[in-house]
Design a protein around this ligand. Structure first.
Ligand SMILES: [Zn+2]
Length: 505
């Protein structure tokens, strides 16, 4: 769906809108309405179920969002978490260097020095998007963290966390004791991160406050046992650095096994497969819309040894957009926090060998994926707009309609309660024609609707009564009892499961 149309639909249905909308909005900040909040929560839960489902030694924690300065100094964020910014010499507007160069250099400016970016600005030459002047400054690094004085005396500095990952590194020694004293150990966080973006835009794609779902897997670099054989034949759409260098933009389908033969570690490819399957099988993105984009040495953040971004092609944003990634970070995080805190963060394995665990990170942008589910799932079909959400991600599983408000509302309430008791989210709608109510539920992605009518009340007991069940995607209708309805709803709410790390290969 086109950007404007998609954004208008999401606002109209109360999925999301700008924060402080009555004041004209606040750049890079959005609020989720009832439907958006539920879809977002379902995506978070589906992510947790999938990635925590890999192992009993993977845990989700809920750490604080404010970090003392010592943490971001040790992690390198104080020094390196910057985005090159250019300032117009005439109108004083600020822009991201990447944005003003986008037309001339679509691959971005990652890895370029300020001088190299400055040379590009002059060569084309780039004009100020605000006033058209060519007097753009040589880029300077702009730190994207929100920092503030901490405590009443203001003597300390603290920061809103720029990524959830840091909290998992800080939690590692505690979680080592909470857990089974065994590697691999996984620590997941789903929560807000904050970045003072120079130029937020594209609604949920460049936010100043956003939700990340990140899993850090701490492992022994000498041994990471996993059932690789069970994923070896999976095909992945990859675009590796040599093909990129040759100007290719389309991925090629390669088996997990062939990626290992090309030199990638098995443990890394195993997690590539699992993030890919999450996109394809749980979020149900069309497989041909996905691309695993390998970052080169120059583009990667220096501590990442291997990085593939997971990109999905979105009509609303005109191309591939990054929605997640798998990073092999080596021992960077624990060694930096070991130095910063003065604590030895190595652990003793069974047998007595001490090891400083390495980290594999799976990162996932929750807001971006809510947008992508809408982009890929919303379609205009004749006179109706349908959001083809997987049932377990929909804001509700079923809409319950009393045909006539006065005559059928009490009975509809009874069905709503019975469905609720079965743990299935349902929503009642008693307003307007049945056609209008279907249209509203279709646009919200609710997979089923039931209508309570005169025929429902013909049977004496609730167990014998029937309603009209209507399917969102096929529009097919049938009469069903409560038991049939609950079985149908229950079956569609089960998301696929991952291969467990301890499964026999
Ligand atoms: Zn200007």
């Amino acid at each position: 769906m086109k950007y404007e149309e998609l954004y208008a639909t999401l606002r109209r249905r109360g999925v999301l809108w700008p924060t402080a909308e009555i004041y004209g909005g606040a750049q890079g900040l959005y609020d989720y309405g009832p439907a958006g909040a539920r879809v977002k929560r379902q995506v978070e839960e589906a992510w947790s179920a999938w990635f925590l489902g890999l192992s009993d030694d993977f845990y989700r924690i809920d750490p604080g969002e404010i970090l003392p300065e010592a943490v971001v100094r040790a992690s390198g964020h104080l020094e390196h978490f910057t985005d090159p910014e250019v300032v117009c010499g005439k109108c004083q507007s600020h822009f991201r260097a990447e944005t003003v160069l986008e037309k001339f250099r679509p691959e971005g400016v990652d890895g370029l020095s300020p001088t190299e970016i400055g040379d590009l600005l002059h060569r084309f030459p780039v004009k100020c998007p605000q006033c058209g002047s060519t007097e753009l400054s040589v880029p300077r690094p702009f730190n994207m963290m929100f920092g503030f004085q901490f405590g009443a005396t203001g003597g300390e500095r603290a920061y809103l966390r720029p990524e959830t990952a840091q909290s998992s590194y800080l939690a590692f020694p505690r979680m080592w004791d909470v857990g089974r004293h065994a590697l691999p150990l996984g620590i997941a966080v789903v929560g807000k991160a904050y970045r003072n973006e120079i130029a937020p835009r594209q609604v949920l794609f460049r936010l100043r406050a956003f939700t990340q779902a990140e899993l850090q897997v701490f492992f022994d670099p000498e041994s990471f046992p996993l059932p690789f054989a069970s994923v070896a034949s999976e095909s992945l759409p990859v675009l590796r650095v040599p093909r990129r260098a040759a100007g290719e933009e389309t991925p090629v389908w390669q088996t997990a096994q062939s990626l290992v033969e090309e030199g990638l570690p098995q443990f890394y490819v195993f997690f590539l497969v699992h993030l890919f399957r999450f996109f394809r099988d749980v979020l149900r993105y069309p497989r041909e819309s996905i691309r695993l984009f390998e970052k080169s040495d120059a583009e990667r953040v220096f501590y990442n040894r291997i990085q593939f971004d997971f990109e999905v092609k979105l009509e609303s944003l005109g191309g591939y957009k990054e929605l997640g990634a798998v990073h092999y970070r080596g021992d960077y995080d624990l060694s930096r926090h070991g130095q910063g805190s003065g604590k030895d963060l190595s652990v003793a394995l069974e047998g007595g060998r001490r090891v400083l665990p390495h980290v594999l990170e799976v990162t996932f942008g929750v807001d971006r994926n809510v947008w992508s589910l809408a982009d890929l799932g919303l379609s205009v079909e004749g006179d109706r707009t349908v959001w083809h959400l997987p049932p377990y991600l929909a804001p509700a599983s079923v809409g319950v309609f009393p045909l006539m408000k006065k005559e059928h509302s009490a009975e509809a309430r009874r069905w709503l309660e019975a469905i609720g008791r079965a743990g299935v989210p349902a929503e009642m709608d008693a307003g307007g024609s049945i056609g209008k109510r279907y249209a509203r539920m279709d646009e919200l992605g609710v997979p089923f609707c039931v209508t309570i009518d005169r025929e429902t009340l013909a049977a004496a007991s609730l167990a014998d009564r029937t309603v009209t069940l209507r399917d969102r995607d096929s529009k097919a209708q049938e009469r069903v009892t409560l038991a049939t309805l609950l079985a149908r709803l229950g079956a569609t709410r089960v998301a696929p499961q991952p291969v467990r790390l301890d499964a026999v290969g």
